[in-house]
Design a protein around this ligand. Structure first.
Ligand SMILES: Cc1cc2nc3c(=O)[nH]c(=O)nc-3n(C[C@H](O)[C@H](O)[C@H](O)COP(=O)(O)OP(=O)(O)OC[C@H]3O[C@@H](n4cnc5c(N)ncnc54)[C@H](O)[C@@H]3O)c2cc1C
Length: 457
């Protein structure tokens, strides 16, 4: 069968691309998804009355009102709005998040150090006395001062990224980690209420069904418009077709899945060397140089109510997880009454380390950690335990990323293959950015298709 567009991957990027194509009148699209249901990271599992988001904590937010409205529109009335209540667990204290807005929660001596260093750095930056940073590690101290950087930001980021922070380029910082307004930090230090990271101060979450209900509502919509989503259909290779500008998609056994004029490719590009080998030739190997951080998500169903927070960050190395989300505080419908649904996230330095981690040991370490920080009272209160593993979760912005993407992206485009999504375009994108880019991409793809029609006639 011949299509205008084949979409590889039925996560948010693939589904929302198909959605925007439909809105622009292109219905001759098919989505191939490797797993048994669409959604990608946006999946939820329901176990004995507990709902777990298996891809880690996901909340819906956006600075872009139009994008936010469209995302919430898929959920119709199935969502709740929250005012963020998030903490950082530091030396036994639940400090308000972000840390620079929670200085009043620290003992006076530490509060002073943090305030002194951030103000001094602010002044020195203004006087051009500080040499500009050349990597993420240096940037953290440059902007936040030594005390905040060394107490929280460096330990937390080292724990999450499992990478030398000097290898992370400044490209990563651009727009994602905002510079804190210095006056707000001063207010925070003397105990006045101020909020930071305001773009997600208010956030939304599905009332029923966990975060998957967003992906399934979107999938249902595009299917109702005639788009086919084929599940359990991993694409094994993409090759040039003998017909005009088309390409052919094959499954892992080499059987033809479809031919099409254009492909929106959202599968993890770091693992796509073989799939794209014919189109990329010698360059295909370079895709393996793209690095990501693998993640284990540990879901626990707990008897009794726990803390009132939405999520908590844990910078200290003695605590096994870097973040814990209280999903039952996102929506009361994600646990039975008077129970708590928690997901803890642990990143790993390599995929081998993630694969090797024993499930029972992981769960035990997490429960011990939760008891240690006062989130769980006793082991017997944990009545449901689950573990999910993700080979790619966080994109590492290192020197290789730029070089590899700059070489492969234009070559693939000449074949009508458009890289997209968090792992397809190897870009740290949240849901709103994925959705927005899908709309822009739909325009590019339509332009490509009409150009190719002209070429072939
Ligand atoms: C831990 C974590 C927390 C996050 N929290 C938030 C949050 O709170 N808010 C927010 O807005 N964003 C959040 N995000 C980001 C959000 O998850 C992503 O923006 C979004 O889900 C990316 O969708 P995607 O389609 O690009 O990738 P994916 O969801 O990974 O989808 C890719 C799909 O491709 C499929 N696939 C792979 N190989 C093949 C193949 N060969 N053939 C066919 N299909 C294939 C996969 O099975 C998968 O379904 C978070 C991400 C992580 C990792």
């Amino acid at each position: 069968m011949h299509y205008d567009v084949c979409v590889v991957g039925g996560g948010l990027a693939g589904l929302s691309s198909a959605y925007h194509l439909v809105r622009k009148g292109v219905n001759n699209t098919i989505v191939f998804e490797a797993s048994d249901k669409p959604g990608g990271l946006l999946k939820s599992e329901h176990v004995r009355g507990f709902t777990f988001d298996t891809g880690g904590s996901h909340i819906i937010f956006s600075k872009d009102v139009d994008v936010l409205t469209q995302l919430l529109g898929f959920l119709q009335n199935n969502y709740v709005k929250h005012y963020r209540n998030t903490k950082i667990y530091y030396k036994g204290i639940f400090v308000k998040y972000p840390f620079e807005n929670g200085l009043a929660d620290l003992p006076p001596e530490e509060r002073f150090e943090c305030l002194r260093d951030i103000v001094m750095n602010y002044v020195r930056r203004r006087c051009e006395e500080l040499p500009p940073p050349s990597n993420f590690l240096e940037w953290l101290e440059y902007v936040f001062g030594k005390a905040i950087a060394r107490k929280y930001l460096i330990p937390y980021n080292s724990k999450l990224w499992k990478t030398d922070l000097r290898e992370i380029t400044l490209e990563w910082v651009g727009g994602r980690v905002p510079n804190p307004p210095i006056e707000d930090v001063m207010k925070a230090a003397v105990g006045l209420e101020v909020e930071g990271y305001k773009h997600q101060l208010n956030f939304y979450y599905p009332k029923e069904g966990g975060i998957e209900s967003l992906a399934s509502a979107l999938a249902d919509y595009i299917v109702s418009k005639g788009i086919r989503i084929v599940t359990s259909a991993p694409v094994g290779s993409i090759r040039k077709s003998t017909y005009g500008d088309s390409v052919k998609l094959y499954d892992v056994e080499g059987k033809v899945l479809a031919s099409c004029r254009s492909v929106i490719y959202t599968a993890p590009i770091n693992r796509s060397g073989e799939i794209l080998e014919e189109l990329l030739g010698g360059m295909a190997k370079s895709l393996g140089r793209l690095k990501s951080v693998p993640l284990a998500v540990i879901g626990l169903g707990i008897r009794g109510n726990s803390l009132p927070y939405h999520w908590v960050y844990f910078p200290e190395t003695e605590v096994p997880f870097h973040r814990v989300a209280f999903i039952s505080n996102y929506s009361r419908n994600t646990s039975p009454p008077n129970h708590t649904t928690i997901i803890a996230e642990i990143s790993f330095p390599t995929q081998e380390a993630l694969d090797k981690a024993d499930e029972g040991e992981l769960v035990d370490r997490v429960i011990e950690g939760l008891i240690g920080v006062g989130i769980v009272r006793k082991r017997e209160d944990v009545i449901v335990r689950r573990v999910w593993r993700w080979r790619d979760a966080y994109i590492i912005y290192n020197q290789d990323r730029k070089t590899v993407l700059e070489s492969v992206t234009p070559v693939l485009k000449t074949h009508g293959i458009f890289l997209h999504g968090r792992f397809g375009s190897w870009n740290y994108l949240n849901m709103d950015a994925v959705f927005k880019r899908s709309e822009e991409l739909a325009k590019d793809v339509i332009a490509y298709i009409s150009d190719s029609s002209r070429r072939n006639h």
